[in-house]
Design a protein around this ligand. Structure first.
Ligand SMILES: Cc1cc2nc3c(=O)[nH]c(=O)nc-3n(C[C@H](O)[C@H](O)[C@H](O)COP(=O)(O)O)c2cc1C
Length: 277
């Protein structure tokens, strides 16, 4: 049953997103079936939401707090702590969209504390998304897509939570390229993408690998650990590295993986693309 409804949703989405041209297309279905619903405090997630909207015949709505967060990082952390202690999620302005009218919801959020931001948690308590196909997308400082999807699946056991898109806010210049790749690879847009090889086996680090890690990670505001092993894959864009790391206390944190990209362009600097904890 789940498979069948997913198939139907996918077909509808393909119709809604179809067409070679990546711009708002005329939908072949009488009613708009795709909703892009997102929260964004400082604009990064909003940029992804608008880019998705530019590709497909979808409605879009921003989740807005009754009392907006200030936009200041420390102040937001403080407020979140208080909200966490009191167990009260932020009050939202009512959303205008009636989610019952949609089959597919692209749900966007910044990562806060390793998962979807509190305003999205607040919304999920209020709306019913049973049977809907949910496509998560997010922006983050270092990572959190995978953990937020795990949490979404727990929160929405009766929805079909798909693979999602995530990007570091420090790499927004690659957003369109990576979003295109995600949307095509997952069948939401037509187009061609390179077939990606698997990462090779996890191996000992060479001095060059260590230098790549340090170049990519040392200027990040929080420590990303010490690399202990690496695996790689080679694509037309460059080399992707998957580093296992040890934390500052030298404990083996086998589950912390830092992905780094070194592009082929001359003079390119290695950058980490995400941390998976
Ligand atoms: C309260 C708070 C908590 C955050 N927690 C994380 C986190 O756990 N991991 C992370 O990678 N980034 C974290 N960030 C960074 C945001 O995910 C990042 O800045 C995001 O791109 C902001 O998106 P926006 O511009 O759409 O609001 C946090 C930011 C705030 C304000």
């Amino acid at each position: 049953m789940k498979k069948i409804s997913l198939f139907i949703c996918m077909c509808m989405l393909m119709v809604a997103c179809g067409g070679e041209k990546r711009e708002t297309a005329e939908s072949n279905i009488p009613q708009n079936k795709v909703l892009i619903l997102f929260y964004s405090q400082t604009g990064a997630t909003a940029a992804v939401a608008n880019q998705i909207k530019s590709y497909m015949n979808a409605d879009i709505e921003e989740i807005v707090c009754q009392e907006p967060y200030s936009g200041n990082f420390e102040a937001t952390i403080e407020r979140c702590k208080k909200e966490h202690e009191s167990g009260v999620l932020p009050a939202l302005k009512p959303i205008k969209s009636d989610v019952r009218n949609y089959d597919i919801i692209f749900l966007g959020y910044p990562i806060w504390f390793g998962t979807y931001a509190l305003p999205v948690a607040s919304l999920l308590e209020k709306i019913h998304l049973e049977g809907k196909m949910i496509v998560p997308f997010c922006t983050f400082g270092s990572g959190g897509l995978e953990s937020s999807i795990k949490d979404l699946k727990e929160q929405l056991p009766r929805s079909i939570v798909m693979d999602g898109f995530g990007i570091r806010n420090a790499r927004m210049e690659y957003m369109q390229e990576e979003l295109d790749d995600f949307l095509i690879r997952n069948g939401y847009l037509q187009g061609e993408v390179e077939e990606l090889p698997e990462f090779n086996v996890q191996d000992e680090l060479s001095e060059t690998d260590k230098n790549v890690f340090h170049q990519a990670c040392d200027d990040y505001q929080f420590p990303l650990g010490t690399p202990t092993s690496v695996s790689k894959r080679y694509t037309s864009k460059g080399t992707e590295f998957r580093f296992m790391t040890r934390d500052a206390n030298d404990a083996i944190t086998a589950k912390t993986i830092v992905y780094v990209e070194l592009r082929n362009e001359k003079g390119a600097k290695a950058e980490f693309t995400k941390v998976v904890r």
